[in-house]
Ligand binder design. Structure first.
Ligand code: ADP
Ligand code: MG
Length: 676
């Protein structure tokens, strides 16, 4: 790739521009205005009225600094049609000098009808001579940072507009078929709209020139992801073709048959694993859809091809549960399973490490799997459960434990389609869109905390019927100590409320073996009610538990609530989720509870969540450093994403140089960050 054109400015300015994310000349060009001010016209003071931003040209009649009720400079001025006061609460001596009696100034600002007549507070102003020509363009107002004047930015950008090559990276025919205006024309129009232009569609970003910019931005992202996708296909990977009937024997041993969706997913994954390039597939399915067995079958294929499988989960509890389940399934079939977690005693850990480096066929674990010192003999497939809980770097670290192993990622936090297409476009996605049969839908109830006693009675009834319940204690994000205290208080309170029942407690600060013992007791039915923090949020699977109570539900995020609710409704019993809330509710909290109450489909919840929160938090982009789209909005501009995807493919195939220039312009040095 050619070097991007650098900024031609001094070091101090360079630092300020860097704060705005502006590193190259192209960055500067693509720094687009937020809004515009019309300094192309002058309004006579006599015709100005309150509430409107406009420009007047006046001569200063009097300039006075007052100290009561607070320090301020009051400038009285007139243009012959009326008088106006310019009021400044902070000002420099040179400004005071400039606004001396007799000075002619153009002031731009919102006019207010004050007690003493019209006034402008802190107008932008410029001292002018008589007959100074008016600008012929609207004044763009740019996002800026402290110490960087709008006029300075404007000057830099105008210089770049005059000097930089603004060639169109879309071939004409393609551009016309997309009904998009030219790049140079659009860019100039946005930075320098002519006098009289209607700025409303510019400010709302609906103008065709804006459409072009948004399209280009989304296209750059698609190009980058598509290129990563193609590059992956150039890498060699182990060809995993089953050499025995391990998978079939696992299927035979199950007490259930696979759903159609599971069979389809299995077939897709099986085909990928047999390719000579690494699989990079996301298996997406709502909580309870049955992803684990699909992963286990993929593992069987790799194992029977003579390779090792790593299976990583984000929490100790979940990893342990997977270990128990997978070894129960696979050890009877002769598969050697190892287990790695941070809390293993050193002797056991040494044994498990040795196994991973030698003859273990499946290694299950937490983040412990990606630590230094963990070596695999022949890693052919890495499986990451609840992949959104891991950062890009961690997923990459697991892949690095082998040489281009295949990768299967799983997530129960469904990613809305537009997000999947933009942030995960170099992934292949398989969706489990069918729940195993016999599940009864979960009833969700919203209960005010004044009726907590009723909920306690309900728990009692459920247990009398032979079921078990989770009771999730209030989330205290600010303080771990307080969270711990809350968990213990809830446990004490509930034990007192339910003297005849066995109440257990599990939280994040417990030692791993204590946690383990508690979870095992709950799974075995020895605990009736499990008080828990969100450590049980993901993956935990105890089919006999049919009731989920969440206290202070208004403090939880939507995906958390959906995940927690997904802990029940896993067996044949009718299940319910009781959300206890404490009023008064804020607007967002109310909306969240409404969404979770009205929807059971994880995709729909995720879609609404995206609307409520924006994409940043969704993909964990803030942690991973993936730059978010600056201009396009994934929900509002979903159509553009679809289009750009196709165009990216065409461009890479038929116009690789244009694709290169486009990437350079829009991503410059940032492209590396997008790769995952
Ligand atoms: P998730 O997709 O949330 O990870 P799990 O893999 O934990 O779901 O599966 C949820 C429960 O459903 C488990 O108890 C699992 O054994 C069971 N299960 C999976 N597939 C089927 C099926 N086809 N029929 C019946 N039960 C199934
Ligand atoms: Mg799971």
């Amino acid at each position: 790739m050619a070097e991007p054109r650098p900024l031609r400015v001094g070091d101090a300015l360079k630092k300020k521009l860097a704060k705005l994310g502006l590193h190259t000349e192209a960055d500067l060009l693509l720094h687009l205005p937020l809004r515009y001010e019309d300094e192309t016209r002058i309004t006579p003071v006599g015709r100005a009225w309150g509430g409107v931003a406009l420009q007047v040209e006046v001569v200063v009649l009097d300039n006075e600094v007052q100290f009561r009720p607070r320090r301020q400079m009051i400038v009285k001025a007139s243009d012959g049609t009326g008088e106006i006061t310019l009021r400044f609460f902070s000002f420099y001596p040179n400004q005071q000098a400039a606004l001396a009696t007799g000075a002619r100034v153009r002031a731009f600002g919102e006019v207010r009808g004050g007690f003493f007549g019209l006034e402008m507070v802190h107008p932008r102003f410029r001292v002018v001579s008589e007959d100074e020509p008016l600008p012929t363009e609207m004044t763009p107002i740019y996002p800026s940072t402290a110490g960087l004047a709008n006029s300075a930015l404007q000057k830099l950008i105008n210089r770049a507009l005059a000097d930089a090559p603004l060639e169109d990276t879309l071939p004409d025919g393609l551009r016309q078929s997309l009904k998009l205006p030219g790049f140079a024309r659009s860019l100039r129009y946005l930075h320098q709209p002519p006098a009289g232009a209607d700025v409303a569609p510019l400010e709302s970003r609906q103008h065709p020139a804006w459409q072009r910019m948004k399209f280009d931005e989304v296209l750059a992202q698609q190009l980058s992801l598509r290129r990563a996708y193609l590059a992956r296909r150039e890498q060699g990977a182990p060809v995993l073709v089953a050499r025995d009937d391990l998978g079939a024997r696992l299927l035979d041993s199950l007490p259930f048959g696979l759903t159609g969706a599971q069979l389809r997913a299995m077939a897709e994954i099986a085909a990928d694993l047999a390719q000579p390039y690494p699989m990079h597939r996301l298996l997406q399915g709502d909580v309870g859809a049955g992803k684990t067995i699909v992963a286990a079958l993929a593992a069987c294929q790799a194992i029977s091809a003579g390779w090792q499988v790593a299976f990583m989960a984000p929490t100790e509890i979940l990893a342990e549960q997977h270990y128990l389940k997978l070894s129960a399934w696979l050890e009877p079939l002769g598969v050697k399973v190892a287990w790695l977690s941070g809390s293993l005693k050193s002797k056991t850990k040494r044994e498990q490490l040795a196994a991973a480096a030698a003859d273990a066929q499946l290694v299950v674990g937490t983040h412990a799997l990606i630590q230094d010192g963990v070596d695999f003999a022949r890693l052919g497939l890495s499986i990451v459960d609840e992949q959104h809980r891991f950062g890009v770097a961690q997923r990459l670290a697991l892949r690095k434990k082998g040489s281009n192993p295949h990768q299967l990622m799983m997530s129960a936090t469904p990613i809305p389609r537009t997000l999947a297409m933009s942030y995960y476009a170099d992934l292949d996605v398989t969706v489990l869109d069918e729940l195993p049969p016999g599940r009864t839908p979960i009833k969700t109830r919203l209960v005010a905390d004044t009726r907590r006693d009723d909920v306690v009675d309900f728990v009692k009834k459920q247990v009398e019927e032979g079921r078990q319940a989770y009771w999730v204690c209030p989330l205290i994000e600010e303080s771990e100590a307080l969270q711990l205290q809350t968990a213990e208080d809830t446990f004490t309170q509930l034990s007192a409320d339910l003297p005849a029942l066995t109440v257990g407690l599990v939280h994040g600060r417990m030692k791993a073996d204590e946690k383990q013992a508690t979870m095992a007791a709950f799974a075995a039915g020895e605990i009736d009610v499990l008080v828990a923090t969100t450590v049980i949020e993901v993956g935990v699977d105890v089919p006999n538990a049919s009731l989920m109570v969440i206290e202070h539900a208004e403090r939880f995020g939507l995906s958390q609530l959906h995940q927690l609710r997904g802990r029940v409704g896993r067996g044949q019993y009718e299940s319910s989720c009781v959300l206890i809330y404490a009023g008064p509710l804020g607007e967002v909290a109310r909306q969240r509870l409404k969404i979770i109450f009205e929807n059971t489909d994880g995709f729909e919840i995720a879609r609404q969540d995206l609307q409520l929160r924006g994409p940043g938090e969704f993909v964990g982009a803030r942690q991973s450093g993936v730059p978010l789209l600056r201009y396009a909005d994934l929900e509002l501009d979903a159509g553009l994403v679809e289009q750009a995807r196709g165009v990216a493919e065409t461009l890479l195939k038929d116009h690789p140089e244009a694709a290169e220039r486009h990437l350079q312009r829009w991503l410059g040095s940032r492209e590396e960050l997008l790769k995952s």
